[in-house]
Design a protein around this ligand. Structure first.
Ligand SMILES: [Fe+2]
Ligand SMILES: [Fe+2]
Length: 238
């Protein structure tokens, strides 16, 4: 061993490694969660959650059918897009299934216009795909822009209007229907955030695939955006 190596104390020689190990240990240790007791949701909060689940289930059903319509046409006319459309469609199927489960868990009644959403959405996907692949992508831009914004609006309410459920007065984390309130709201927020990010990925994908070359781009996207907003307004209520 050289004189220089001998002169370095052991703890100095291995300090970087031990620091890394400690750091790895720190980040793998679960952070202890504070224990909260949760109060009951107000009637307004319950009504809001029901509305969120009803409209999101209907919206994801719509998205599922739009991509089904696009896939039906584009897999034949633009086979190079088949896998891409399938990938986005698979994500929409997952979104739709997730809200189906939430709807069953919370016993939220579905939108009574469900058959109309299915036919309208499949038609929208298929017709824009028949016009051109750019028109199909412009449709995706319009739909995902509206859905992304809609999810952000819901997150804003969930972040601001549900904070008062923390309380020391109520003794358990259950309300009278037996649902665990705190986890329910937290999980819903996580789901919406994840789906919002995936919708915005779909939006980026559509831009990358020449959505803005659709003719007339602004007319197609504006009409579809208005249609989506009207559908959201309706599905929240009926
Ligand atoms: Fe979706
Ligand atoms: Fe999407």
């Amino acid at each position: 061993m050289s004189a220089i190596a001998k002169s370095i104390p052991k703890q100095v020689k291995f300090s970087t490694l031990s620091q890394l190990k400690q750091h790895a240990k720190d980040i793998t240790q679960p952070t202890p969660q504070p224990e909260y007791k949760f109060g009951k949701l107000s009637n307004d909060q319950k009504a809001f959650l029901d509305r969120v689940i009803r409209v999101d289930q209907a919206g994801e059903l719509g998205a599922n059918y739009i991509y089904a319509g696009q896939h039906f046409v584009l897999s034949r006319t633009e086979p190079q897009l088949k896998d891409l459309i399938q990938h986005m469609w698979d994500q929409e199927v997952h979104h739709h299934n997730t809200f189906n489960k939430l709807q069953a868990q919370r016993r939220v009644r579905p939108s009574i216009l469900t058959p109309i959403w299915k036919v309208g959405a499949f038609g929208l996907g298929a017709v824009t795909a028949l016009i051109s692949k750019e028109a199909a992508m412009a449709c995706t831009v319009a739909v995902e822009t509206v859905i992304g914004g809609h999810y952000n609006d819901q997150l804003r309410v969930l972040n601001t209007k549900f904070n008062d459920i923390e309380t020391t007065e109520v003794l358990s984390g259950k309300d009278e229907t037996g649902s665990v309130i705190s986890n329910e709201v937290t999980e819903l927020k996580d789901i919406i955030k994840t789906f919002r990010d995936e919708e915005l990925e779909h939006l980026d994908t559509a831009i990358e695939h020449d959505a803005e070359s659709a003719v007339p781009y602004w007319l197609i996207t504006d009409v579809i955006k208005l249609t989506c907003k009207a559908a959201i307004f309706t599905a929240e209520r009926v």
